[in-house]
Each structure stands twice: as C-alpha cells, then as structure tokens.
Design a protein around this ligand. Structure first.
Ligand code: MN
Length: 228
C-alpha cells in the first residue's frame, strides 16, 4: 500500500463469538418498517410495499457496554434488531442464493433521534441526522451461521430497567432475510463486510441517561448496556 498523506482511518471491527479474529465492517444498511406492528405504531400501512432502506455509517457500529446519549435530541428511541453480516456479496443476488452470502448474525439497536427524524419526515428530507450519529448502533458479538444456521423464527425482545418494552418474533418480518438481501442487491452492489439491520418489532420508545437496556434475539445473542 502507498503511504497516506494523513493517518488512514482504522477499520471498523466487530467481535465474533468464540474466536479472536474480528469481522471487518464495510457498509451498514438498515431496513425500515419490517414488522407490521411497528409500521402501525409509526402511523403507516403495514401492507407489503417494496422494502425501503437507509444507511448508518460503518463506525456507528461497536461492541460496547454503554451508549452515550447523543446531542441535539430529547427523544432518543431504541429499536432492537437482528443484524446480518455478509461474507460475500454481489449485484442482483437471487433469493435462493442469498443466505449463502451471510457470515453470521448478531443482535443490535438502531438508536434513533426520533424528534429529528419527525422533523426530517415533515420537511421531506433524508434521515441521516436521526439515524447515523455516533455510537448509534451497539451490537453483540457476531455468531457464525455455521454454528446457528439462519434464524427464521425466535423471540426478539428489549427491556429497559427490567421492564419489557419490545417483543416480537423473527417470523413476523414482512421481508424475510433472503428477500432483504435480494432487494438490497438490486439497488447496491453488496460486498464482504456489509452489515444489514433487519428492522424492529413494535414497542419502540425513549430512553434517558442512567437507563439499563437489555436485549436479545433467541438463538442468536443477548446484550446489556447502560445509557450514559
Ligand atoms: Mn430500525
């Protein structure tokens, strides 16, 4: 590699359960409104419109035990989500081939500055300021699909201070994992290191500094963190 004129950014790396090697992150895609109950609570029709996608920044992802409450918002919401990590990619991936591209899975939170998102929606603007802020996506260590397979059902949940806030089942996804990969690969060329956050079930809500959040996805992972 040629020398760089400023220090090159460090790659974003996520832990993998049980091994010392880490998973390098290239891009982060998120699916909007992928559980009917959540679409309804956000005021939308849960019918099967084409899925829509937005992105976070790769370095918004991290393995950590705390979430720093971000600036310029007084209404930050949790959204617990199954996370898919790709080992390979391509364009126009067939549904039948899609799961063969997946390295593994984790569980994470798509933290959202809901007040800023509402403002952006009203003005017809994009959501980056609401979604792609620092430390907005804490995730568990990844578990290889070679160990757990490809989850199609199982509870997904989130507690705040011991009280259950979000519950759902992976089988309630409007767009299933192979469909998400196939649809996304029509829009973007997917590649190794791409991470996809697959949408959240109903029950999203606000957090405050000092809250303790526990969340998990049955058969995949569990994680707890503090809001600081
Ligand atoms: Mn989300």
């Amino acid at each position: 590699m040629r020398a760089t004129v400023i220090p090159a950014p460090q790659p974003v790396l996520l832990d993998v359960e049980g091994v010392t090697e880490q998973f390098p992150v290239r891009r982060v895609y998120c699916v909007g409104r992928n559980y009917a109950d959540h679409a309804i609570e956000m005021g939308h029709d849960p019918s099967r419109e084409p899925p829509f996608f937005f992105q976070k920044n790769p370095d918004n992802l991290y393995n950590g035990e705390s979430f720093p409450y971000p600036p310029l918002s007084s209404n930050v919401h949790f959204e617990v989500e199954l996370v898919m990590a790709l080992a390979s990619g391509g364009a126009d991936i067939a549904e039948a081939d899609a799961l063969s591209k997946v390295y593994g899975y984790g569980v994470g939170i798509d933290f959202t500055r809901r007040d800023l998102q509402d403002q952006m929606k009203k003005m017809g603007r994009s959501w980056e300021v609401a979604k792609a802020f620092e430390k907005s996506a804490p995730v568990s260590a990844l578990i290889p699909a070679s160990k757990i397979g490809h989850p199609q059902k199982g509870a997904i949940w989130l507690d705040v201070n011991g009280e259950r806030k979000q519950t759902g089942d992976l089988n309630q996804m409007i767009w299933k994992l192979p469909e998400i990969i196939a649809e996304l690969s029509k829009l973007f060329v997917l590649a190794p290191g791409d991470v996809i956050m697959t949408g959240t079930p109903a029950g999203v809500g606000p957090i405050v500094k000092g809250d303790r959040i526990s969340f998990g996805c049955e058969g995949v992972a569990e994680l707890s963190l503090s809001v600081v």
